[in-house]
Design a protein around this ligand. Structure first.
Ligand SMILES: [Ca+2]
Length: 155
C-alpha cells in the first residue's frame, strides 16, 4: 500500500552547498537549525524539532541542520528525551540523521524515525551534525535531545 505524495526533494540544494535551515509549510516559513559551540562551562545543549517546545507537531517540509562543536579532546554524546517522527520502513519520508565523523557531509547517514528513540549516539570527534527532514504529508510530535561533552577519548 503506497500513498501518493508530492515529495519535495531538497537534497539537490544540499549538494549545491545551500543547506537550508527552514521549514516551508504552506502556512509560512519557520526557522530551524543552528550552530552551537560547547565548552567546559557550557557542556551541553538541548535541541528539539520546530514547534516541540510549544507542544506542536513539527511542520511539513523541514530541512533543518544543527552543527555542534565541542572542545577537543572531547567527543559528543546524544541522548534522547522525546522521539516521535513519522514512521516509514526505511525512514524515507521524515527522518533524523547524524554525522559524527566531523565532515558533516552525511555520506553514510543512518536514518531514524518512528517512536522508538535511537540508542545514545556518540561522535567520533568533537563535531556532530544532525539534520531533521520532513516531507509534505503527515507530521508527528517530533524530538528533543541533549548533546553533551563526553569522555576524553579523542586521540
Ligand atoms: Ca511527514
Amino acid at each position: 500500500m503506497y500513498r501518493t505524495r508530492a515529495v519535495i526533494d531538497m537534497s539537490s540544494l544540499i549538494c549545491a552547498g545551500l543547506v537550508m535551515i527552514l521549514c516551508l509549510p504552506r502556512s509560512g516559513a519557520v526557522q530551524c537549525g543552528g550552530l552551537h559551540v560547547l565548552s567546559l562551562e557550557t557542556p551541553e545543549v538541548t535541541i528539539s524539532s520546530p514547534g516541540f517546545t510549544n507542544g506542536l507537531y513539527y511542520p511539513d517540509r523541514c530541512q533543518c541542520q544543527w552543527t555542534i562543536i565541542g572542545p577537543e579532546p572531547y567527543v559528543l554524546k546524544v541522548e534522547f528525551s522525546a522521539f516521535s517522527i513519522e514512521e516509514s520502513q526505511t525512514c524515507q519520508f521524515d527522518k533524523l540523521i547524524f554525522d559524527g565523523t566531523g565532515s558533516c557531509d552525511f555520506k553514510s547517514p543512518r536514518r531514524h524515525c518512528g517512536d522508538i528513540p535511537p540508542e545514545p549516539i556518540t561522535s567520533s570527534g568533537n563535531i556532530l551534525c544532525l539534520r531533521f527532514i520532513s516531507d509534505s504529508h503527515i507530521r508527528d510530535s517530533g524530538f528533543r535531545l541533549t548533546i553533551k561533552i563526553f569522555g576524553n577519548v579523542l586521540r
